[in-house]
Design a protein around this ligand. Structure first.
Ligand code: SAH
Length: 284
């Protein structure tokens, strides 16, 4: 009886169901596979993306294509990069029509090796929208925020704790929060409970958006990016030390000798400085 029902279903459903029956897909923990099943959360991601009909969207890890489907309804072109070969084969069948119509470019590969100049992607003319594998959150942020070819904005599902750190919601800055704020404007969209995923991850998640991605802050303040990062990284090197002690090491270097006023930082710690404080340190 059961198999009869399944057979019946196969004959009468769309490509996605056919694909699920043709391609056996094992869930792989190592690839951070937690598939989002909540309609409201999917809708929020789409809303936060403010997608226009001629937008080019880069999706990282489309998985079983739930978010991809929604992106395709709104965007002009979706480029989806999936590392899992089995899921890639599944998606190829599921989105056969869209691939043929050139509204979806499906790529099998590691997003960290993805060439941001490929597929005619232009600076500030594409958006990254994705429920990403959490184990490479930092690497993804670094890759896209510091790319020559930066996206205009990013909407990402990340771990809730990471979202809070990016936004420095406890008023404690970190290299992560300073890094994101140096290139864009992060905002919390919504907290997403673990049960909204299948399989459910151990931790809660959150949707964030990073808007207006650019290098404006460096240009306007005439601060070289590498100088800025050297100072920030040195400042955060030893968490328990005072900022002035951490930065003293730079004073021996003639390129950074100008920041001699580190002594005036008093008892401040790296986490107390805002992005603009770091910028003015780098300006000296
Ligand atoms: N976006 C889907 C799946 C999220 S799970 C959804 O919302 O349901 C994360 C996805 O990223 C998985 O499909 C996983 O296979 C893929 N992935 C993991 N590491 C990757 C990498 N380095 N590059 C591209 N995709 C990756």
């Amino acid at each position: 009886m059961k198999s009869e029902k399944k057979y019946f279903k196969n004959k009468n459903t769309k490509n996605s169901a056919i694909a699920e029956n043709l391609v056996f897909v094992r869930t792989k923990k190592a690839l951070g596979q937690n598939f989002l099943k909540s309609e409201p959360a999917l809708r929020k991601i789409i809303e936060a993306g403010e997608i226009k009909s001629d937008d080019v969207i880069l999706e990282i890890g489309p998985g079983k294509g739930k978010l991809t489907e929604k992106l395709l309804e709104k965007a002009g072109l979706v480029i989806a990069v999936e590392k899992d070969r089995e899921l890639f084969e599944f998606l190829k069948i599921k989105f056969k029509k869209e691939i043929k119509a050139n509204t979806l470019i499906l790529v099998c590969g590691d997003i960290l090796n993805f060439n941001t100049n490929a597929y005619s992607l232009k600076p500030s003319a594409y958006k990254v929208i994705a429920n990403i594998p959490y184990n490479i959150t930092g690497a993804i942020l670094k890759k896209f925020l510091t790319a020559k070819n930066q996206p205009a904005s990013m909407v990402l599902m990340v771990q809730h704790e990471v979202a809070k750190r990016i936004l420095a919601s406890d008023k404690k800055e970190s290299i992560l929060s300073i890094s994101v704020k140096a290139y864009g404007e992060p905002k919390m969209i919504m907290k997403v409970p673990a049960r909204y995923f299948s399989p459910a991850p151990k931790v809660d998640s959150a949707i964030i958006v990073i808007k207006n991605i650019s290098r404006k802050i460096f240009k306007e303040n005439e601060v070289a990016e590498d100088r800025f990062w050297k100072i920030v990284k040195t400042g955060f090197a030893h968490k328990r030390k005072k900022l002035s002690s951490n930065l003293k090491i730079l004073l021996k270097d003639k390129d950074y000798g100008g920041i001699a006023f580190v002594n005036s930082l008093g008892n401040k710690r790296a986490e107390d400085l805002s992005l603009l404080d770091w910028i003015s340190l780098a300006k000296q």
